[in-house]
Design a protein around this ligand. Structure first.
Ligand code: DGJ
Length: 737
């Protein structure tokens, strides 16, 4: 990793182990343009790629035609109003209502990376390049920040906008990153879905005009995701070019590509401007969220592995980051709201006997909540349900040898709650208008510090009252009817961003006070599974859909960007509560093993044959979890593409072993076995393959039992026999000889 600046030529290059990112400045008045992002290249002067000779605009040379220049120049941080007619990254309004701005180069610095904004990356092996741009007319300064680490193929960008004038400016748009490139027949990948089918992979050609995804729901959302993949047409898991752009943020976002008249692409991401404005008083500055950029010449797999490394090594902070997470059993799908301490202790007892390590008490333990119509905000234990109180229950669970975890939904308020009766104005609503309910609840205005303080005290009171070692932080509705009594009229459009900052502040405080707490974020399933939340919790509940086959699609899309160690995944009961599908218990285990692994079922009532398998699955988790969590992820086959089978592999970094999972979704009559090409092994090493046998809970030799070279397995492949039936799975441990 290195940052190199050619001061005379005003060229900036950021090299990561395998990539180069280059931008450069024209002659005065100095426009910063994007030159190159791709495989690492030697230090040649390639500023000709800015194509300034085709439409020169240097006032001394060509005063009469600036707009031909601004209309096509690959601006590194484009601004609105002075002749770049494509999407801008920045739009400023003056008190007079003028919106024109222009940014020109004003200097740079290179420093060792110390700290950046939170959420954001950290690390002691990074460097940061700051390029200063300014608008003399507005007395505005923009600092573009680029961070690289020496162990990671990622460039992390954000910007800081500083008002050096003596009057107020309004930011109508302040994105995190933008860069231009030629469209060489690229395709666009986005992650889309809905509740119970989050982050399905979508791929389509890029065409002219504007395309992309956004969220205006106050959270990253079930529907779209702050990720874009720009991939070559021939890009597969292992070959072709892939550029990934992922915003490290948990609120309203935009991630877009614009193809212009010269077949040029403008790729950008940041806070969604539709629901945003920021009042910047004289002397104040605004810092955008960070965006992570990854280039891979090794297809989507290379891109995913770079994101995983970046997030495991430089984003997730929890002390649990590299530790085996306790295998938990959550009572949501087991009991929903219908539980008491007796029921929970019965589950805990059976769970302990099977080797499960933690009981998580989900929604319904507080106020008078017996369904989802009341009590959010009243974080006091319902002693009708939990006789003797929380401490008694937790002590009872601990006495069985299990840790205890608890569910909260801290950002919410039920109209039927003591909190609402005392503070109706704490619910987000436009005065004079009845706000819309979702799941019969409103959202608390946690942009207000007094509301945040109350929420924090409520949480701390519960956490201090018993030995609680895990919190599931849920958020079950989007934000609507936006207005805050805490903000002046000309700051109302700041609410969504201030809300997200409020969430971050609360979770930051929580982790400061309870540093060993295992925090799992959640949002009606996976509506806030994003890199912003990963700064506070090492794992996030992936989806309310626990069906093993639906999870193949959800987990493939999630793992495109996020490490498996972050994906909350549980074995649940069948018929599955969301889709009614019946799958073998083994398969449910293999799929959950690709995430944090846990259970979400009534262990006292499931079929005996399933229950009897749990101790073996617990052993399986302990045998392989470390490899899954820390290994390099290779996707070998996609059910999303072939509609028939799915396969992925986790390879230890030193390539001494790998765990391969194969799920046959559809059995086939009278068919040959499948040949699977095994990526990611060391071509020169020899490996022997073992199958994890669920019945004996041990490894048995697989296939002909012979040892094969990594290159043989990669090129000739491995035989996977047909299994009898649908939804069957197999787990193979590939070990170096
Ligand atoms: C949504 C979550 O995703 C579920 O796991 C569960 O916690 C419910 N909320 C509880 O209301």
């Amino acid at each position: 990793m290195s940052i190199a600046v050619n001061e005379q030529e005003r060229i900036f290059r950021l090299d990561t182990p395998d990539t180069s990112y280059i931008c450069a400045v024209t002659d005065d008045p100095g426009y910063l343009g994007h030159v190159y992002y791709g495989p690492r290249i030697p230090d040649d002067d390639i500023r000709c790629l800015l194509r300034t000779s085709e439409n020169p605009y240097i006032p001394s040379m060509n005063k009469r035609d600036k707009l031909s220049f601004t209309d096509c120049y690959p601006m590194e941080y484009p601004v609105y109003g002075t002749g770049d007619f494509r999407e801008p990254a920045l739009k400023i309004r003056t008190p007079e209502g003028y919106c024109a701005a222009e940014l020109n180069y004003a200097g740079y610095s290179v420093e060792n990376f110390k700290t950046g904004p939170v959420p954001g990356v950290y690390g002691d092996n990074g460097q940061v390049l700051t390029i200063k741009l300014k608008d003399d007319c507005l007395k505005l300064e923009v600092l573009l920040k680029y961070t690289v680490f020496d162990d990671c193929n990622a460039v992390i960008r954000h910007s800081e906008i500083i008002n050096n004038s003596s009057s107020t400016l309004f930011l109508e748009r302040a994105l995190s990153a933008s860069f231009d490139m030629d469209n060489e027949d690229y395709e666009l990948i986005t992650l889309n879905g809905s509740w119970a089918r989050e982050r399905h992979i979508n791929r389509k050609p890029i065409g002219y005009g504007f395309q992309g995804v956004y969220s205006d729901r106050g959270e990253t959302s079930h529907q779209h995701h702050p990720f874009l993949g720009i991939v070559s047409k021939d890009c597969t898991q292992s070959r072709g070019e892939a550029i990934g752009v992922n915003l490290i943020y948990s609120g309203n976002f935009i991630a877009s590509v614009y193809e212009g008249q010269f077949d040029n692409l403008r790729v950008m991401t940041g806070i969604d401007p539709e629901s945003f404005e920021w009042k910047l008083n004289a002397g104040e500055s605004f810092v955008t969220p960070q965006a992570a950029l990854v280039y891979s010449a090794e297809g989507l797999g290379g891109m995913s592995r770079s994101f995983h490394d970046l997030y495991r090594e430089h984003l997730i902070r929890s002390p649990w980051k590299d530790k085996a997470r306790p295998i938990l059993i959550n009572n949501w799908e087991a009991t929903y709201f219908d539980f008491n301490e007796e029921k929970l202790l019965a589950i805990a007892k059976e769970a302990a006997a099977c080797g499960i390590e933690m009981l998580v008490m989900d929604d319904g333990w507080f106020g008078k909540r017996n369904d989802d119509n009341s009590s959010l905000g009243d974080w006091n234990v319902n002693e009708n349900k939990l006789k003797g109180g929380l401490k008694k229950l937790v002590d009872g669970v601990n006495a069985l040898g299990l840790k205890f975890g608890i569910w909260f939904e801290p950002e919410m308020i039920s109209p039927d709650s003591d909190l609402y009766r005392a503070h109706p104005d704490w619910a987000i609503a436009v005065p004079g208008r009845t706000a819309g309910l979702a799941r019969n609840q409103y959202v608390l205005d946690i942009s207000r510090s007094e509301v945040r303080d109350h929420v924090f005290r409520s949480l701390a009171d519960i956490l201090d009252s018993a030995n609680i070692e895990y919190v599931k932080w849920d958020m079950n509705r989007p934000l609507s009817d936006l207005a805050s009594l805490g903000l002046e009229a000309d700051r109302q459009k700041e609410l969504s961003h201030r809300y997200v900052q409020g969430v971050y502040e609360l979770q930051g405080r929580l982790m400061e006070r309870y540093p060993d707490l295992l925090l799992e974020n959640c949002s009606g399933g996976g509506a806030r599974f994003d890199a912003g939340m990963l700064c506070f919790s090492p794992q996030i509940w992936c989806s309310d859909d626990t069906d093993a086959i639906e999870r193949l699609l959800i987990q493939e899309g999630t793992a495109l960007v996020y490490p498996l160690s972050a994906m909350g995944a549980h074995v649940s009961d069948c018929p599955n509560h969301t889709v009614g599908r019946v799958t073998p218990f083994e398969t449910r285990g293999y799929v959950a093993l690709a995430g944090t692994f846990g259970y979400e079922l009534d262990i006292t009532r499931i079929p005996e044959a399933d229950r009897a398998m749990i101790p073996g699955q617990v052993k399986m988790y302990h045998m392989y979890n470390e490899l899954v969590a820390a290994g390099d992820y290779y996707r070998l086959a996609s059910y999303s593409g072939n509609n028939s089978y799915d396969s992925w592999m986790c390879v230890r970094k030193d390539k001494s072993e790998a765990l391969l999972t194969f799920i046959q979704v559809k059995g086939r009559p009278n068919a040959h076995s499948r040949k699977l090409k095994v990526e990611g092994l060391d071509p020169g090493k020899t490996y022997r393959i073992y199958r994890f046998d669920m019945e004996t809970v041990s490894e048995v030799p697989y296939g002909d039992g012979k040892a094969y070279h990594g290159s043989t397995l990669a090129n000739a492949g491995l035989i996977i026999n047909n299994m009898w039936g649908d939804n069957k799975g197999i787990l193979l441990h590939i070990k170096e000889e």
